[in-house]
Design a protein around this ligand. Sequence first.
Ligand SMILES: [Ca+2]
Ligand SMILES: [Ca+2]
Length: 178
Amino acid sequence: MTGLQCWTEWFDRDDPSGKGDFEELYALRNEYPGKICNSPLQIEVQTVSGLTVDETGNVIAVADTPIGFICKSSDQADCMCHDYRVRFMRPVDFCSQEGTFFLFLTHCILKENPGEICESPLHIYARTADTNIPATSTGQSIFIPHALDGFTCRNRDQKGSRCRDYKVRFGCPYRGYN
Ligand SMILES: [Ca+2]
Ligand SMILES: [Ca+2]
């Protein structure tokens, strides 16, 4: 399945002092806005030096995608958690472009949002503006000659309905996370 998902960078917000090492999703999102999608598929945990939980022997309270990661000092025999970092697997359309959705065709978008979209997007992702449904799931006939041309829904292509209001996002050439 690699290639359909990708991992975020590693996040290490807390250290093990106090009640433990708390790398909770809500706190990470506060500290790193826009870096973690709303519905990560998986969490991966290791210490900042690269050890797995099995290798440290720590008792972990929580390690899941609704909450994030919690290691409590009080759960450990020696009252000390290692310092952990976490990362999240996210759906593919978060991999290449973290930007918000834009509401116009490409030439308008580039003009109105200079510098926010790469010049040669590889992919275009469209969702309905009001209900956030992927364009591919609306049942509407969509006309996309190429990502560079933006996104077009033509009323004449629809059977007995008008085009929904769509928003779009672009996938740019991968530049890594650093
Ligand atoms: Ca702490
Ligand atoms: Ca930590």
